[in-house]
Write a protein that binds this ligand. Structure first.
Ligand SMILES: [Zn+2]
Ligand SMILES: [Zn+2]
Length: 126
C-alpha cells in the first residue's frame, strides 16, 4: 500500500490542506475522514490507485459518509428482495436471489489502463 501526499482545497473555506492517506491499489478502496486545518470542516474521501502504473491515484470527495450512503441504498435493495421473498412464501420452498456484494466504479487512468474499484457492501440485514 502506498502513501502519497496530495493537496486538497477545503470547499468551505478554501484552505489548502495537505493529506497523506494510505492508498490501496484497485479494486481495493480506502475511506478516510479528513478535517480542514483551518475551519475544522470534516469530509470523507475514498482513495484508490491504478493497479497498473501505481501513479494514477483517484479520489472521491464527499461531505456525506459516502460508503454509508451506499450501504443504505444496498439495504433498501436487500429489504426489497426480502419483500419479494415474503410474498412468495408458501408458493415455493426455497428462493435464492443473488445479492450484489460490492458497489463498483469504472475508472480510467492516464496510462491507458481501465480498471474497477470496489466498495464492499453489507451482506445481510441486521
Ligand atoms: Zn476549511
Ligand atoms: Zn495507470
Amino acid at each position: 500500500m502506498a502513501t502519497k501526499t496530495f493537496r486538497y482545497f477545503c470547499y468551505v473555506c478554501g484552505y489548502e490542506n495537505e493529506i497523506s492517506p494510505n492508498i490501496p491499489k484497485a479494486p481495493a478502496m480506502e475511506k478516510h475522514q479528513i478535517e480542514c486545518k483551518q475551519c475544522k470542516d470534516q469530509t470523507h474521501i475514498l482513495v484508490t490507485s491504478c493497479p497498473h502504473c501505481d501513479k494514477g491515484v483517484k479520489y472521491f470527495l464527499s461531505d456525506l459518509d459516502f460508503p454509508e450512503e451506499v450501504q443504505h441504498l444496498s439495504k433498501a435493495y436487500v429489504l426489497l428482495i426480502k419483500g419479494i421473498k415474503d410474498s412468495l412464501a408458501g408458493y415455493i420452498e426455497e428462493f435464492d436471489v443473488p445479492l450484489p456484494e460490492r458497489w463498483s466504479v469504472q475508472l480510467d487512468c492516464s496510462c491507458g489502463e481501465k480498471y474497477t474499484a470496489e466498495i464492499p457492501l453489507p451482506h445481510s440485514l441486521e
